[in-house]
Design a protein around this ligand. Structure first.
Ligand SMILES: Nc1nc2c(ncn2[C@@H]2O[C@H](COP(=O)(O)OP(=O)(O)OP(=O)(O)O)[C@@H](O)[C@H]2O)c(=O)[nH]1
Length: 326
């Protein structure tokens, strides 16, 4: 089954009207989009996005209608992915290279990713793309919690509507919320779509350029001290998820395992959902550190959460991964 499973599950998030469907249609028009299946979650009664995508031409398309996938349709999502795979196999066609889920504009990525748990045996590589409208400042302010959760979960942030507004403000805002994401600021729709769907997730760790953090978002660097044991590391991360709840938007980084064989373990957390630690066997050893993106939580709050924990918490310095004292 693993050989025939799709290589990627791509969650396409982004605030209401920020250009998700448009980006997806631009992608589906490219030859590189062959062997893509699409699932559309339309929260309202009428499936407008689904109809627009279907108009792109023949493609495997499934709908999750009448509700928000992050609130009520998580079982349906697993069933829908399984059905798409099975019907593809029955038709004798090559396996999908990717399944793209277009979320509704108010969806939070964390619960959606959590709901994919039953699909773990398929070995999907999961990543998230978020669209960020260059001109939509008011909507961002009014629904900041959802907007921040979408941007913080993203491996790739795509700035849209560059023909309507300068992209600098939206780009800086996105970078201030999630300095780990690769940012695509490309006015040409076809090149933008190609970059959005083909930028590898690993690019997110090395995006250069400093960004001023958003006043409500803390981006923290967490380092374990010399006497910290393996359980201290796991306990600290679990405590953080319980303490921060919805305020924890993203955690990403590397741990050096207890039985150290020279390879680091990649930590991936979206919302409070922990992916299994994965071993970085083929890349040069990276320093041990975690980057925590949280809403309405200061470095002092994180220290107070576990005052005796053997960790150092400082402000994350974008790009160079250097910490300045917080
Ligand atoms: N000028 C311009 N308009 C755009 C661009 N991208 C999207 N739009 C328009 O913005 C509106 C919303 O775009 P959609 O692609 O439907 O946005 P969405 O995020 O899928 O919307 P919801 O599913 O309702 O959340 C449509 O009228 C699009 O034509 C762009 O880059 N430039």
């Amino acid at each position: 089954m693993t050989n025939e499973s799709p290589a990627e599950f791509i969650l396409l998030a982004g605030f209401l009207g920020s250009g998700k469907t448009t980006l997806l249609r631009d992608w589906l028009a490219l030859p590189e989009a062959a062997d893509t299946a699409v699932i559309v979650n339309e929260a309202g009664q009428i499936d407008i996005d689904g109809a627009v995508i279907a108009d792109s031409g023949p493609l495997p398309l499934a709908m999750l209608s009448n509700g928000c996938v992050c609130c009520s349709l998580t079982n349906d999502l697993v069933f829908t992915v399984q059905s798409l795979l099975e019907s593809r196999e029955k038709a004798g066609l090559p396996p999908f290279r990717r399944i793209i889920l277009e979320c509704s504009g108010l969806s939070r990525p964390g619960p959606i990713l959590r709901s994919l748990g039953p699909l773990a045996p398929l070995g999907l590589r999961v990543r998230a793309i978020a669209t960020c409208d260059a001109a939509q400042a008011e909507a961002r302010a009014a629904h900041f919690d959802e907007f921040a959760a979408q941007i913080a979960a993203a491996d790739v942030v795509v700035v849209t509507k560059l023909d309507q507004a300068e992209g600098e403000a939206a780009t800086a805002l996105a970078a201030g919320i999630n300095p780990l994401a690769a940012r695509i600021v490309e006015p040409d729709p076809a090149r933008r779509a190609l970059a959005a769907f083909t930028t590898p997730p690993g690019a997110a760790l090395s995006t250069p350029g400093a960004a001023a953090p958003h006043p409500r978002i803390g981006v923290h660097l967490v380092e374990f001290l010399g006497d910290a044991g393996w359980d201290d590391r796991l306990d600290w991360m679990e405590n953080l998820a319980a303490f921060a709840g919805e305020r924890l938007l993203r955690m990403k980084g590397f741990l050096h395992p207890a039985e150290d064989d020279g390879a680091a373990l990649l930590v991936q957390v979206v919302g409070t959902l922990f992916s299994p630690l994965s071993r970085m066997a083929r890349t040069a050893r990276t320093p041990e550190a975690l980057v925590v993106i949280a809403r309405d939580l200061t470095a002092q709050d994180l220290r107070s959460m576990a005052p005796d924990a053997p960790v150092r918490i400082s402000r994350y310095a974008d790009g160079a991964r250097r910490a300045s004292a917080a």
